[in-house]
Design a protein around this ligand. Structure first.
Ligand code: HEM
Length: 406
């Protein structure tokens, strides 16, 4: 088993920065691999990741088992996290999942978002206009973070003047939920973050019950069948999922355009390719590289025996470069026409916010490229977040030549 940890070590900075060579080896040599470091199985082939997401024996209820396994004192320390995360749609199986999900379906469809598009465009233009004339910015802090955070806060009805608090809480939650490998105190930081988010959303909920404001919190507050605890927990999920990932899509996507100037030129010349370019960014280097499950009963995959209760990571970023599913998968090609990427998952947990993430990115990239020429990374090395389930850089200093307003 040691050999697997030598091929893929999720704590190794070089692997965190570029996991793809290691993932390719696993996919070819050990497609069902036990990672001693992660204490979990890793599935790296497209077909296996797809099949697992269709298979009810792969349970999404991994949080309940985690908290139940803690010693009583520790469990008490983390009781708010257990209360909130235990109600997140993403960590539930049917029938509890079906009930919560029915309240979220339809909220982020393309039709429901139609009115948001001009507002998102205005946000993009404001952020680009604020970029310093000198042609340098931290793309994460100055664009990729505030755009999706502002959009999801506006949709929910969360006060924008609390953006800094939401950012801190969300970041601390990401260390835990994103399976950070090194963050000290990640559980206690997540607990404090949940406490802050819970109090804020409960306050907003009470306020909207008295004075509905036409935002998502007001709508959810009026929809029967959701307890306050369910509602608050899933608002936290929407806020968290609604921007941590999209930040990564924008930053990882721009990085790919910088590293592949021919593709950047193509998109600049033909902005109508934006939606296809975003699909390729998601396939090539998604910010949600893995989802995890707990196996509900003993099973065998490709001759490996997996026992009930063991954890499995479905390595979506490995699946999305599987040569069995995509021609020439290591090539970043925004004109690619074959293959369906699974960066938003598959099946009953398919990402609720996929249309929103796609819309934000498809609006952002043409405007970015129209506003910036000669874009380059202005750092010798970048710090990558070390989470197994979230991928992105902590910051991304860039330099560029301003090309006038979009
Ligand atoms: C590039 C951006 C995004 C990526 C790559 C992404 C990826 C994913 C993935 C892989 C899942 C499935 C998780 C699993 O099966 O365990 C998921 C679920 C989910 N996502 Fe996203 N997501 C993105 C953006 C968003 C946005 C913008 C929102 C909110 C508006 C959102 C809300 C959710 C929710 C609520 C779920 C849980 C759905 C369920 O369990 O039924 N996501 N996302």
């Amino acid at each position: 088993m040691k050999a697997i940890d030598e091929i893929y070590d999720p704590t190794d900075p070089a692997t965190i920065a570029d996991p793809y060579p290691a993932l390719a080896r696993l996919r070819a040599e050990a497609p069902v691999a036990w990672s001693g470091r992660l204490k979990a199985w890793l599935l790296t082939r497209y077909d296996d990741c797809l099949a697992a997401q269709r298979d009810r024996r792969f349970s999404a209820e991994r949080m309940a088992a985690y908290f139940q396994g803690l010693d009583p004192a520790r469990r008490k320390q983390l009781q708010r996290s257990e209360g909130a995360l235990g109600r997140w749609a993403v960590f539930l199986d049917p029938p509890a999942h079906t009930r919560i999900r029915s309240h979220l379906n339809g909220r982020f469809t393309t039709a429901a978002l139609a009115a948001m598009a001009p507002r998102i465009e205005r946000r993009i233009d404001r952020l680009l206009a604020a970029a310093p004339d000198g042609g340098a910015m931290d793309f994460v802090a100055d664009f990729a973070y505030p755009l999706p955070a502002g959009v999801i806060m506006e949709i929910l009805g969360a006060p924008l003047d609390r953006l800094d608090d939401f950012q801190r809480w969300s970041h601390d939650l990401a260390l835990f939920v994103g399976s950070s490998q090194t963050a000290p105190d990640k559980h206690l930081r997540a607990e404090a973050a949940v406490a802050g988010l819970d109090a804020t959303f409960r306050g907003l909920l009470n306020d909207r019950r008295r004075r509905p404001a036409g935002d998502l919190i007001s709508e959810l507050a009026a929809s029967p069948g959701l307890s306050d605890d369910d509602l608050v927990a899933n608002c936290i999920l929407l806020l968290f999922a609604g921007h941590e990932t999209t930040t990564g899509l924008l930053a990882n996507g721009l990085m790919r355009l910088i590293l592949h100037p021919d593709q950047q030129d193509l998109l600049r010349r033909e902005p109508s390719r934006a939606e296809a370019a975003v699909e390729e960014m998601l396939r090539f280097d998604s910010p949600a590289p893995a989802v995890s499950r707990v196996v509900a009963e003993d099973m065998e995959i490709r001759g490996r025996r997996i026992r009930a209760g063991e954890r499995v990571f479905l390595m979506l970023n490995a699946a999305n470069r599987d040569p069995e599913a995509f021609a020439d998968p290591e090539r970043f090609d925004i004109a690619r026409s074959q293959g369906r990427q699974i960066a938003f998952g598959f099946g009953i947990h398919f990402c609720v916010g996929a249309p929103l993430a796609r819309l934000e990115a498809a609006l952002a990239f043409p405007r970015l490229l129209a506003a910036m020429q000669d874009i380059g990374i202005a750092a010798d090395r970048l710090d990558w977040r070390d989470g197994v389930s979230l991928r992105g850089t902590v910051s991304m200093p860039i330099r560029f030549r301003a090309a006038g307003p979009p």
